[in-house]
Structure formats: structure tokens, C-alpha cells
Design a protein around this ligand. Structure first.
Ligand code: HEM
Length: 932
């Protein structure tokens, strides 16, 4: 037994001595030998240090550099690769350090770099990671060599051809616009400081998910999440020295790594199987990277006997798909994030880039043809890639003895091409090397580099990045979309603000996206929440924000309604010019599509279309025709009076006239516009009233393009109402048209007159294009009758009641005139024309309580107005209410026309003859709800 024990001990000692010997050779003797070889040829560098080499110092310096806050200089070399920078400074451009036990030789000579990267003899190979965990993350094309690499590259290449990339542009755009929509939403929720880095990382991951896996995009997203987690775990693992067998230890991290790897492979394998199966039964391959790769793989092997060795196996395809994420995601997002940083440091280049983007795309979505025209943006990307190259260094390895210039490199040496050092080399780029100057690339890369291999952010030679065009298209698309967004919500408003300020047009400053809307809503709500006190002016209640700003900044002021400026003008001469619109450049303001549901007829049309509609509608409003409607007006008024009389006779004599007049004017429109179809018209009236309530709520928030399509409860109800309204109107119109075709005389209501006028127009001008208005347009005009004629008139009536109840002397004069003219018979049209006092009263009511407190126009061309110049794209507001109360125009009594005791009076219900008025309700209605 002791004998056996001795043998065992002896064997162990021999094995141990053998391993110690091997380790010494690996960790000491070989590095020493390599060092001698390099030094003998004149290379300088650090001495080898046992096992770790310079790794500890390298990590320490990097940590130290990154712990410091970063200033905004582009000189980032000492922060990103401090140790390499220090070594090259100390030992010269052809020097070495120790990456563990392996020497790493730096090559900075452009000619030598060309030799390494062109790899003519195929002996400068890619570095093989010693850590098998890293191999879980990066395999495939980027790490394979020789024949295998050539085969994979041949098969993958077609998927990255420009023609194929073109087909991926919509998918790239989808990801970009999703990002921008999310930003818009964030900003609209009130937060406007945003860390773009994680968002841009997600963007580039999303782009790969869509472009690589098309319809399987959701699985792609899952793979992206898993890859991101895997990358984090692997990075943690690679920060420590890898000991053989370590990955088999059942540590928490190792277990998770294996789990993730299994899930990724499972997802990809499933997808690939399904696609292969579909292609096997003759389905066309999809246009995504995976589809193109499988198609190319199939072509490579089709009809060939040794297809197994010619094509890629499923596992290899899986590795390539994983590589798309690894190689294309972080790199492109780094490029994008630095571009954002740099463009905010250099607003002049941001402006140039934006100008170019807007010139090429306007507000349209970016497409591939436009992307190819972006010269400035390309120059900017090159300069960002120079200063902030996403890949700081390329590395190769000598498996054989290799000649590099005058030096012979033994096998087992790493060659490092620190491109960041070259990109920041003063001798190559000049004294302004650390400045951001995209113009150095105005003549292209070759000119900027004088044809040397000194700028290679995507690598160079046969192993140049296969996704280079993909990355550039993606980055351009993202930047264009972001610049379009920023232009719309920040730069354009700021430019307009500066332009107006220079001309003395002031107001509250523009706030991102909301402009002054938040303040406006706040001030309005506050004004309305106070108990009604009608002192000497209704301005602070009816138009509080405009009033406040006008008091602060005078009669020419600006208000920001979201991103649009509204310049408010109170000078009568300028107001005349705007209303006359001699040059036709002041258009009606386009409402958001929800408001258009309520009214989108002649009221909002412009130019030719307006002229035609107005011509066709005009005859229906001729005095002669209006005369014919007087009986309908009278019927409605009589009905109202009868009801009031009944109420009074029943003993109740306090009445809220607000809904009464609301109903009256709705009734008048129903009868005057739709005559015999009055019952259906009542339903229309109810529906339009409900629609108006919804619209009122909508206009209090910002409208986002596309919001209308969201299936919110309100949107759905609004669409339902609209359908019912349109269907009732369509039925009515069709019946009338049929009657007219059958020779029936058109009815004397607005609809009849409109159809008759339209009919005449078509008859006169024959069947020429654009003659007459379509049935849909007639529907819109009918809807408009309610919108434009109902609330406005009832507001005027209510205020007349209020004012007459507080001015009994005028009430007496009006009553006296009415009695004198009508002589106790029913009023007719001519009688109405004799009511002078009543007309004066109505005018004064319209002055003091205009139902439309602000008129708006849109300026779509640069326009001169008096001494000011108005930029295109702004609104022009004529704040009628403010103008009507301007003491310079109306005298000092402008605000005091209503006696000072109005306040007391208004709080008491007061009877006007047998009719009662609750002025409080009326005032609330007109100043609050209506004038908002
Ligand atoms: C700004 C973005 C990008 C940069 C800066 C970049 C940079 C590079 C560099 C420097 C190399 C060469 C590595 C070497 O020679 O050792 C490379 C190779 C590679 N890149 Fe990119 N890349 C980017 C985007 C992409 C994208 C979007 C994809 C794919 C979707 C991609 C896929 C690859 C692949 C597969 C290789 C290996 C090519 C081969 O060895 O044949 N890259 N990339």
C-alpha cells in the first residue's frame, strides 16, 4: 500500500510539475520570448507582468477617466482609451503593451494599416475570444475565418444590397415614427427633459427586429430583450480573468446565461423552421433580412450534391441572426446619440441639417430617394464617426510569422489598430482636429483622408462592415424624423417668436408644444370659477387671457396656441385690410378634424372653393327668400311666447331663458332650413347640440395628428353622431332631389333654395368638372346652418334680454317702437325693417357681447400689414371683444354703457313684462360657455 501511495504521490508531482511548467511557459517564458523578439526589432513597450500584463492598469485608468465628469470638448481619447493613449505617447506609434500574457502591438502607420486590413495572405486573423461566454454573444460572420467566412459573406451579402435595403425603409420608418410619437406624447404630458440614450438603443434594436424578422417582429423584440440581458451578463463575466471550465460552474449568472441562450436559439430555430417550410412549399420568401438570407442560402445549395458544405446550417443561420443585433444595435445607437449631442452643441450645424431635411422632405415621411440626397447630414455623420467612432479599435492576431513593413511579427501577437487615435491625430487632420467640422468631408472621404486608410469607422478591406449602408440609412431616417419633429415643435416657433419680437410684437414666451395653452386654460378656468360679478367690464371674464396680455403688451400682441402663434390686431385700419383680404393670403383657419365634424362648409373654405360655395348658397339668403321664411320664424316665436304665457299663468314666473333661446334658435333653423322635414330636423338639432358639447371638450386639449383614429369612447360617440346626422341629411336631400327631378317645385326653405341654386349652377355650366357642389358638400353646408346660426343668435337674444332688464328706459323705448310699428298684428318682413330702436339696441348688444369674441385668419404667405411683416404659418386674431371695448374707439363710456348698478341688478332675477329673465344664468351662459 505505501508503495501505491508513493506511486500516486509521484504521479501527482509529475503532473503538477508538468502543469506548473506549462503555465510558466505560457505565462512567463513565452511572453519573455515575444518581448525579446519585438524589442530586438526596435519596438518599445511595457515589460510583461505575470498573468495580468497591463490589464489591471488599463482597467484602473479607464475607470478613473470615466469617473470624472465629461466636459463638452470633442477631445475624448484620454477618456475612452487612456492607457493606450499614454503608451503610444510614451513608446511611439509602433509599440506594444501586454493584454494578459499576449503582446498587443499598436499600428498607426496608414500604409501598415492598409496591409493588415487588406489581409492579402489571410494570416492576420480575427481575434478569438478566450472566453467561451463571449462566444455566446458574438459568433458568425464577424468572427469566422478563411473559407467559412467567404461562404458566409457570400450568402449574407445579397441581403444587404441597396435594392434590398430599399425595401426595408418602411420598416425602419415605422420604428422611427413610433419613437417620435412617444416623444411627442411625453412632451405633451408635460415632461420635456428626456434621456435619449435608452430610447435610441431601443430604436436601433426595434429596427433590427422589424427589418430582420418582418412579420415575426414581436419574437424579434423578445430576442432583442434577451440579447440585451445576455450582453450585460457577458460583459460582467468578461471583466474578470476567465479560468478554463468556469462557465460550467452552476453560478446564478452562468445559469441565467445558459437559459437566455436556450430561449434565443429556440425562438430563432422555430422561426427559421417555419420559413424554410413555407419556402419548401413554394411560398415567396419574405423581404426581411432573415427571408433574404434563407433565400440566398437556398440558391447557394440548390441542385448541388455537396449542399451541406455549400450552405449554412440552421445553427449558423441562428448565429448570424444574433449577430445582426450585436453588430448593428449598439453601434448605430452610439452614432445617433453622439449626433444628437454634437448637434445640440453646434446649433449652426443643427440648423443646416434641419434646413436640408425640410428642403428634401418637407413634412412628408422620409423615403430612400430623399435619404440619398442628404449631403449635409452625411457630412455630419462622417464627422461624428470620426470624433466618436462607435468602434474605438480593431484587432487582429498573427497565427503565423508575418511581415509588417520592416518588422517581422512572430505568431501569437495581437495587432491593434486604434482608430480613435488616428481619427484624433493632429498630423493627419490638422490643427482643428478636435473641432467639429463636417465640412472637411464635403468632398467625400477620399478627399478628406487624402486616400489614406486613416478613417475607417466601418473597418476596411474585405472584412468591412456588411451593415454599413444599413446603418447609414437607418441613422439618416432617424435623424430626419427627429429633426422634423424638433422643427415643428421648437425651432419654428422660436424663429417666429424672435421675428415677431424684433417688430415689437410681444406676449408670453412660447413653451414647448403647449405654447401658452396651459396658462390660457388656467386663467380662463380661474376667471370662470369666480362668482359672477359684472362690474364695469366683462373682458376679464369673457376673454381673460387676451385681455391680460393686451393690458401688458398693448394693442398688438401674440398668443401661442400650441405651436402656432396668433398675432392679435386691434387697429381698425389693419382689421379692414384683413377682412378685405385683397391679396387672398389670409385664409380661414383650418380646424382640427374633430371640430370639422361640426362645421366644415363655406365657413372654413378658401379660394375657389369658397367662391363657388358662397355663390351657390347666396341666393338662399337673399332678402326676397328670407321674406318667405318669416312665417317660420313667427311660428317658432309664437310657440315660445305661448309656452311662457302658460308658465306665467300657472303661477311660476322665474325662468332660465338660456335653454329657451337655445331651443328657439335651433327651432328656427330647423324650420327655416328644412321646412316640412322639420321633425327630422329636430333630431338633427339634438344630435348637433350633443356633438357641440363633445367638440367643446376636445378643443380644450391639444390635437395630435391621428388622435381622431383612436377608438376612445368620445371619438366613437362623435363618429356615431356624425353618421346619424349625415344619414338623416342624405335621406332628406335625396328625397328633395328626386322631387325636383320629377318636376316638383323646390321648397322655400334653405335646403330647397340651396338645391335649386346648385341645380341652376349645374344646368348653366353643363357637366364641366368642379361645377356645383356634391351631396356630401351640401350635407356639410346643412350642418353648418346649425353651427353658425344657432348658438350665435341665441347668445345675442339672451344678452338683449339681460341688457333690457337692466336698462328699463331702453326696454320702454323698444316696447313703444314695437307697439307703434306692429299695431297689435303679427309682424311681417317690412315691419321688421322699420324697427330702428330695436336695431340700435341689437347693435349695442353685439358690441358689448359679441357672440364671436375673436375672429381668426391664417397667414400662409409672408404678408405686410401696415408697418409689420407677418411670417407665414401664423394665425391672425381680431379680438372683437377687446376692440369693442377700446376707449380710444368708443370713448370713455365704452365699458360703462351698462349702468354701474348692473352688478346688483344682474344678481336678481328681474321680470320683463310677462317674460322673466334670469340674468345670472344668461350671463354665465354667454360669457362663460359661449365666449370661451
Ligand atoms: C454605425 C454603425 C456601425 C458601425 C460603426 C459598425 C462598425 C463595424 C466595423 C468596424 C466592422 C469591422 C470589424 C473588423 O474589421 O474587425 C464591422 C463588421 C461587421 N458589421 Fe458593422 N457596424 C455598424 C453597423 C452594423 C449593422 C447595422 C450591422 C447589421 C445589421 C452590422 C453588421 C456587421 C457584420 C456582420 C460585420 C462583420 C463583417 C465581416 O467580418 O465580414 N454592422 N462593423
Amino acid at each position: 500500500m505505501p508503495h501505491l501511495g508513493l506511486i500516486f504521490l509521484g504521479t501527482c508531482s509529475v503532473v503538477a510539475i508538468y502543469w506548473v511548467w506549462r503555465v510558466l511557459i505560457w505565462a512567463w517564458w513565452t511572453p519573455k520570448k515575444l518581448e525579446r523578439c519585438l524589442r530586438q526589432q526596435g519596438l518599445k513597450g511595457t515589460p510583461p507582468k505575470f498573468l495580468y500584463g497591463d490589464l489591471k492598469e488599463l482597467v484602473r485608468l479607464e475607470r478613473q477617466a470615466r469617473a470624472k465628469p465629461m466636459n463638452l470638448s470633442h477631445n475624448i481619447v484620454q477618456r475612452v482609451i487612456p492607457f493606450i493613449h499614454q503608451s503610444v505617447e510614451k513608446y511611439g506609434p509602433l509599440s506594444f503593451i501586454w493584454f494578459g500574457v499576449t503582446p498587443r502591438v499598436f499600428v498607426l502607420d496608414p500604409e501598415l494599416i492598409r496591409d493588415v486590413l487588406s489581409n492579402k495572405f489571410g494570416h492576420f486573423s480575427k481575434l478569438k475570444s478566450t472566453n467561451p461566454l463571449t462566444r455566446l454573444l458574438v459568433q458568425g460572420l464577424v468572427s469566422c475565418e478563411g473559407e467559412k467566412w467567404a461562404k458566409h459573406r457570400r450568402i449574407i451579402n445579397p441581403a444587404f444590397h441597396l435594392e434590398k435595403l430599399k425595401m426595408m425603409v418602411p420598416a425602419i420608418y415605422a420604428s422611427c415614427s413610433e419613437l417620435v410619437e412617444r416623444w411627442e406624447k411625453l412632451v405633451s404630458d408635460g415632461s420635456c427633459e428626456l434621456d435619449v440614450w435608452p430610447d435610441l438603443q431601443n430604436l436601433t434594436g426595434d429596427v433590427i427586429s422589424r427589418t430582420a424578422f418582418g412579420s415575426n417582429y414581436k419574437q424579434g423584440q423578445r430576442i432583442f430583450q434577451l440579447q440585451t440581458e445576455l450582453a450585460e451578463l457577458v460583459v460582467q463575466a468578461s471583466l474578470s480573468l476567465y479560468l478554463p471550465g468556469f462557465r460550467f460552474l452552476p453560478s446564478k449568472r452562468n445559469k441565467r446565461i445558459v437559459e437566455i441562450d436556450g430561449e434565443i436559439k429556440g425562438l430563432l430555430r422555430d422561426m427559421i423552421h417555419k420559413r424554410e417550410k413555407a419556402m419548401g412549399i413554394g411560398e415567396a420568401p419574405q423581404d426581411d433580412l432573415l427571408g433574404l438570407l434563407l433565400e440566398s442560402n437556398m440558391k447557394e445549395t440548390q441542385g448541388k450534391e455537396d449542399f451541406k458544405s455549400l450552405g449554412m446550417t440552421i445553427d449558423e443561420v441562428i448565429e448570424e441572426c444574433k449577430l445582426f443585433y450585436f453588430a448593428g444595435q449598439e453601434t448605430t445607437s452610439t452614432l445617433l446619440v453622439w449626433t444628437m449631442v454634437v448637434l445640440s452643441i453646434h446649433p449652426e450645424w443643427q440648423a443646416r441639417a434641419r434646413e436640408e431635411v425640410l428642403q428634401v422632405f418637407g413634412k412628408n415621411k422620409p423615403d430612400i430617394d430623399g435619404i440619398n440626397q442628404l449631403k449635409i447630414v452625411t457630412m455630419i455623420f462622417y464627422e461624428v464617426l470620426r470624433l466618436y467612432s462607435p468602434v474605438a479599435m480593431l484587432a487582429r492576431y498573427t497565427y503565423k510569422e508575418m511581415k509588417l513593413g520592416d518588422v517581422t511579427l512572430p505568431p501569437g501577437v495581437q495587432i491593434a489598430l486604434p482608430m480613435l487615435l488616428l481619427h484624433h491625430d493632429r498630423e493627419i487632420w490638422g490643427e482643428d482636429v478636435e473641432e467639429f467640422k463636417p465640412e472637411r468631408f464635403s468632398g467625400g472621404i477620399a478627399k478628406a483622408t487624402k486616400n489614406q486608410v486613416v478613417f475607417f469607422p466601418f473597418g476596411w478591406g474585405p472584412r468591412i462592415c456588411i451593415g454599413q449602408n444599413f446603418a447609414i440609412i437607418e441613422a439618416k431616417m432617424a435623424l430626419a424624423t427627429i429633426l422634423q419633429l424638433l422643427e415643428w415643435m421648437w425651432w419654428k416657433p422660436m424663429k417666429v417668436q424672435r421675428y415677431l419680437e424684433k417688430q415689437g410684437i410681444k406676449g408670453h414666451p412660447y413653451n414647448l408644444l403647449y405654447g401658452n395653452l396651459k396658462e390660457l386654460i388656467h386663467v380662463t378656468k380661474e376667471a370662470l370659477s369666480k362668482p359672477i360679478k359684472v362690474s364695469d367690464s366683462i373682458l376679464p371674464r369673457a376673454l381673460p387671457f387676451d385681455h391680460q396680455i393686451a393690458q401688458q403688451h398693448g394693442k398688438l400682441f401674440v398668443i401661442w396656441l400650441g405651436v402656432t402663434a396668433r398675432v392679435n390686431i386691434m387697429d381698425p385700419v389693419l382689421i379692414r385690410d384683413i377682412f378685405l383680404n385683397k391679396f387672398g393670403h389670409f385664409a380661414k383657419v383650418k380646424a382640427n378634424p374633430l371640430i370639422n365634424l361640426l362645421a366644415d362648409g363655406v365657413f372654413s373654405h378658401n379660394d375657389e372653393k369658397w367662391v363657388k360655395h358662397r355663390r351657390i348658397i347666396n341666393p338662399a339668403f337673399h332678402q326676397e327668400k328670407l321674406k318667405m321664411m318669416v312665417p317660420a320664424f313667427l311660428t317658432c316665436c309664437n310657440e315660445l311666447m305661448n309656452r311662457w304665457e302658460k308658465l306665467v299663468s300657472d303661477g311660476s314666473c322665474e325662468l332660465d331663458v338660456c335653454p329657451e333661446f337655445h331651443n328657439l334658435t335651433g327651432d328656427v333653423i330647423s324650420r327655416a332650413a328644412f321646412g316640412s322635414s322639420y321633425k327630422e330636423a329636430r333630431r338633427l338639432f339634438e344630435l348637433q347640440t350633443e356633438q357641440a358639447e363633445h367638440v367643446l371638450q376636445v378643443i380644450q386639449s391639444i390635437y395630435f395628428p391621428g388622435y381622431w383614429y383612436l377608438p376612445t369612447k368620445r371619438n366613437m360617440r362623435m363618429k356615431e353622431i356624425n353618421r346619424e346626422v349625415c344619414s338623416i341629411l342624405r335621406d332628406m336631400i335625396k328625397k328633395r332631389e328626386k322631387g325636383m327631378k320629377d318636376g316638383e317645385a323646390p321648397t322655400d326653405d334653405l335646403l330647397g333654395l340651396l338645391l335649386e341654386s346648385n341645380f341652376k349652377e349645374v344646368e348653366e355650366h353643363g357637366k364641366a368638372k368642379n361645377v356645383g357642389i356634391t351631396i356630401d358638400e351640401i350635407i356639410e353646408e346643412c350642418k353648418l346652418f346649425y353651427f353658425a346660426g344657432h348658438e350665435t343668435t341665441s347668445s345675442m337674444l339672451m344678452w338683449t334680454m339681460v341688457v333690457l332688464s337692466t336698462h328699463p328706459e331702453w326696454q320702454a323705448r323698444a316696447r313703444e317702437e314695437v307697439r307703434r310699428v306692429f299695431k297689435r298684428r303679427e309682424p311681417d318682413f317690412d315691419d321688421l325693417n322699420h324697427l330702428k330702436v330695436v336695431t340700435m339696441i341689437l347693435y349695442e348688444v353685439l358690441r358689448l357681447y359679441p357672440p364671436v369674441p375673436v375672429h381668426m385668419r391664417y397667414n400662409y404667405k409672408e404678408m405686410r400689414l401696415g408697418n409689420i411683416s407677418l411670417p407665414p404659418g401664423i394665425q391672425i386674431g381680431i379680438p372683437a371683444l377687446l376692440v369693442h371695448y377700446d376707449p380710444e374707439l368708443w370713448g370713455k363710456t365704452s365699458k360703462n354703457s351698462i349702468p354701474s348698478d348692473f352688478q346688483k341688478e344682474s344678481q336678481k332675477p328681474r321680470r320683463i313684462e310677462s317674460h322673466t329673465s334670469r340674468s345670472v344664468g344668461a350671463l354665465e351662459y354667454a360669457s362663460g360657455k359661449h365666449l370661451q
